[in-house]
Design a binder for this molecule. Structure first.
Ligand SMILES: C[S@@+](CC[C@H](N)C(=O)[O-])C[C@H]1O[C@@H](n2cnc3c(N)ncnc32)[C@H](O)[C@@H]1O
Length: 204
């Protein structure tokens, strides 16, 4: 059993102002640049307590929320009845565990990639979960000096170099790969820029 790195964070997770602000802005940039539509089934990778899921839910018909942490998933479970779309919860590590037998129209993810050791492998796995033409949209932080996290929640990357992460997504087989500014996360110890990385599974 993996350590639940978010056990001490999950209960008060939704009460942090800076976090609510950056998830609002990341959801907004995803809505602006990705083709969300009411019939879609999305996968929220590293959904946590569902901050992104609940902001995207009014736009689509179904979300599969995947997270490795039992405590984060259980926070999301508690508010699932409030969501305006169908929701399935999967407590799973998509880097190691067997992949679910689903094909989705799009994958969304906020602030999870920096917890993943082998991001290129993850990108290859996620491609297989998309229908042809489906999209993936990841928000995360640019390279930082190590001051972003004040608690070790299983951090594997101090942000990302944009050129390198774009290359990883292309090498995994995604096309029309783009990266753009998403927001600036303002924490008490400093400001951290964040990006939206997106790409599509080829039609054939
Ligand atoms: C910083 S939180 C972000 C949660 C949410 N997306 C948000 O923006 O509020 C990162 C989440 O990624 C999850 N996570 C870390 N590694 C994972 C993995 N290998 N598979 C699935 N989820 C993972 C953690 O449990 C945690 O809930």
């Amino acid at each position: 059993m993996n350590k639940d790195h978010f056990e001490v964070r999950s209960a008060g997770y939704d009460e942090t102002d800076y976090r609510l602000r950056y998830v609002d802005e990341m959801a907004e940039v995803i809505r602006k640049h990705l083709p969300l539509s009411p019939a879609m089934h999305l996968l929220d990778f590293g959904a946590g307590t569902g901050l992104l899921t609940e902001r995207i839910a009014p736009e689509v018909s179904e979300i599969t929320a995947v997270d490795i942490s039992p405590s984060m998933i259980s926070q999301l479970q508690e508010k699932s009845h409030l969501l305006p779309c169908r929701l399935s919860l999967l407590q799973q590590d998509l880097c190691r565990d067997e992949l679910p037998e689903i094909r989705v129209d799009g994958i969304v993810s906020t602030m999870t990639l920096h917890h993943i050791e082998d991001v290129p492998v993850l990108f290859r796995h996620l491609l297989t979960l998309l229908k042809p033409g489906g999209f993936a949209a990841f928000c995360d932080i640019d390279t930082e000096d190590g001051s972003f996290h004040t608690l070790d929640t299983g951090v594997k990357h101090l942000g990302f170099d944009r050129e390198e992460i774009v290359q990883w997504l292309k090498e995994a087989g995604f096309e029309n790969v783009e990266i753009r500014d998403a927001t600036v996360i303002r924490k008490p110890q400093g400001d951290y820029s964040a990006f939206l990385l997106s790409g599509y599974r080829p039609q054939s």
